[in-house]
Design a protein around this ligand. Sequence first.
Ligand SMILES: [Zn+2]
Length: 402
Amino acid sequence: MTERLYASDPSLLEFDAAVVGRREHEGRPAVILDRTAFYAESGGQPWDTGTLGDARVVAVLEDGADVLHVLDRPLAEERVHGVVDAARRRDHVQQHHGQHLLSRAFVETARAETIAFHLGGEVTTIDLDRPVTVDQARAAERRANEIVWEARPVRVSTLSAAEARAQGLRPPEGALADVRIVEAEGFDRQPCGGTHPRTTAEVGVVVVTALERYKVGTRVSFVCGHRALAATARRQEVLDGLVATLSAPLDDLVAAARKAKDDLVEGERKSRALLDRALEGEARRLLDEARGASPAPATGPPAVIVAAYDGWAPNDLRVLATRLVALAPCVALLGSRSDKAHLVFAQSEGLPHDVPALLRAALEPLGGKGGGRGNMAQGGGDRLDRLDEALARSADAVRARA
Ligand SMILES: [Zn+2]
């Protein structure tokens, strides 16, 4: 059984120990020591990292009564010096103890119990058993921080499982042996095997960053200590960028962003209306041009309109084709050179051509595909250089049939 040095002294980060077992874990060497300051992953708190002699400790796992240290290389020594990564440990202590305080604060302010806890690489979450409002979350955050700033002592004690239950604590389901109790003086007492600070002040600050509905309750994301500082710096960077982009002071940022969004919507509406008018004008111009080429438009065959544009979106070609076939009996063969060679073919109601077949034939030399039904078809291919040729051939096919 490995003696867990962190249980009695969570500030101990260096130690000497004897190797009492050697294993392999998922292809990596692993050792069991007679004593360790490395915390093994459990109860939502991730494992410590660090070194044993020359080897890096990449994972630390509970293995029955033992603690398994998974290493990046084999360890030959019988006695080793261990060093726990202090920054990672401090981070875990801040997030984990912050969780104790925030969970208790939610019981006080919203009578919400914590039913799950996850300490992630960036954000830590707790799941509450009922929905909480933003105001309740702010109240809980305030309460947790008051406890942090009062620098209350954090004590560890041991109770039998029966004593713990008798005192209203909830040891793990089916626990028979002694239960380790972590207490933030006068505020919170929890059964917990994790690493904790000497006083609540070490948590630094507790900041709730998000609330979301989760199952029947709320998932609360939060950051503590140095993570809160990093999160603030990140947010400040984003805000500075927005202040510069929108040319508005911080306090006016939301109003400026709303205005920019409204202006954009209005601008898009206006530009769509102008585009529609332009397409209407283009349709009339194309028809006039076609009629000019045909001396007796009233009695001659329907006009065949061929046009190619640079940079037009397929949707604009569609709108133009729809206008054309509605304005006069005609066949519209439209193309655009943009990211691809796009084609839109259409004919007026009552004309005899198989428009989808016409389109498929035109797309073949473009190396493309497309389709359609009835009087409208569209598609595209990569061979921009063959667009004009494809349109001309289609026009010949239509005229031959007429
Ligand atoms: Zn804990």
